[in-house]
Design a binder for this molecule. Structure first.
Ligand SMILES: Nc1nc2c(ncn2[C@@H]2O[C@H](COP(=O)(O)OP(=O)(O)O)[C@@H](O)[C@H]2O)c(=O)[nH]1
Ligand SMILES: [Mg+2]
Length: 186
C-alpha cells in the first residue's frame, strides 16, 4: 500500500466553499479558524477563514489525503506560499455568481503555479444552477490560454460526493503527472 502522505490545497475566493468542502469529506473533525467577518467589502458573510482549514480523507487504496484550505482574502496571500510547500495538487473552487469568476480561476491557478505545474489541479465551479454563465467551456479556453490543462467541472461542495469527485480527479491528475515525469510511460 502506498503509505505516502498527500497534501492537497483547496483554494478560491471568499465564499467559494473551501470550508464547506473540507468539512463535507473530512474523516477527522475539520479544523477551521473562521471568525467574525469584518471585511464585508470582499464578501457579505458572517464568518470567514482567517487562517486555514484542515481535514483528512482516506482513499479506497489506503492513501491518506491531507486537505488544507487557504484563507481566501487577498490580505492573507502571504500564507499561500507556506501552505503550498509540499503540496501535490490544488482544488480551485470558483463561485460562478462572482463578477468575473473565470478571472478568479486563472488568478488562483497562477498563484499556485509552482504546485500545479500545468496539470496538477482541478477547477470546481459552484452555483452553476443559478448562474449558468460563464460556461465550463469558457473556463477551459481561458485556462488553456495561460498554459494550464486541467479539468473543469461544476460542483456543489455542500454535497460530499461532489467534493470526493473533485479529489478523485485531482488525485488522477497527480498520478498521471508522476507517471509522465518518472518516465514510466514513454
Ligand atoms: N446555493 C449554493 N450555495 C453554495 C454552493 N457552494 C457553496 N455554497 C454555499 O456557499 C458558502 C461557502 O462558504 P464557505 O465554505 O465558508 O466558503 P469559504 O470562504 O471558501 O471557506 C456556504 O454557505 C455554502 O453552503 C452552491 O453550489 N450553491
Ligand atoms: Mg472558509
Amino acid at each position: 500500500m502506498d503509505q505516502r502522505e498527500y497534501k492537497l490545497i483547496f483554494t478560491g475566493s471568499m465564499g467559494a466553499g473551501k470550508t464547506t468542502a473540507i468539512a463535507a469529506v473530512s474523516e477527522v473533525a475539520p479544523l477551521c479558524t473562521d471568525v467574525q467577518n469584518t471585511d464585508h467589502s470582499e464578501f457579505a458573510k458572517a464568518t470567514t477563514t482567517t487562517g486555514l482549514d484542515y481535514g483528512e480523507v482516506t482513499l479506497p487504496g489506503g492513501q491518506v489525503l491531507r486537505l488544507f484550505g487557504t484563507p481566501g482574502q487577498t490580505r492573507f496571500r502571504f500564507m499561500w506560499d507556506i501552505l503550498g510547500k509540499g503540496a501535490l495538487g490544488v482544488v480551485v473552487l470558483v463561485d460562478n455568481s462572482r463578477p468575473d469568476p473565470v478571472r478568479d480561476a486563472c488568478d488562483y491557478v497562477q498563484a499556485f503555479s509552482n504546485v500545479i505545474a500545468g496539470t496538477r489541479a482541478v477547477i470546481g465551479v459552484g452555483r452553476c444552477d443559478a448562474y449558468p454563465t460563464p460556461t465550463l467551456e469558457e473556463y477551459d479556453d481561458a485556462l488553456k490560454a495561460i498554459g494550464v490543462n486541467v479539468p473543469v467541472i461544476s460542483a456543489d461542495v455542500r454535497q460530499r460526493e461532489h467534493v470526493l469527485t473533485l479529489v478523485d480527479i485531482l488525485f488522477y491528475q497527480i498520478e498521471a503527472a508522476e507517471t509522465v515525469s518518472s518516465g514510466a510511460v514513454a
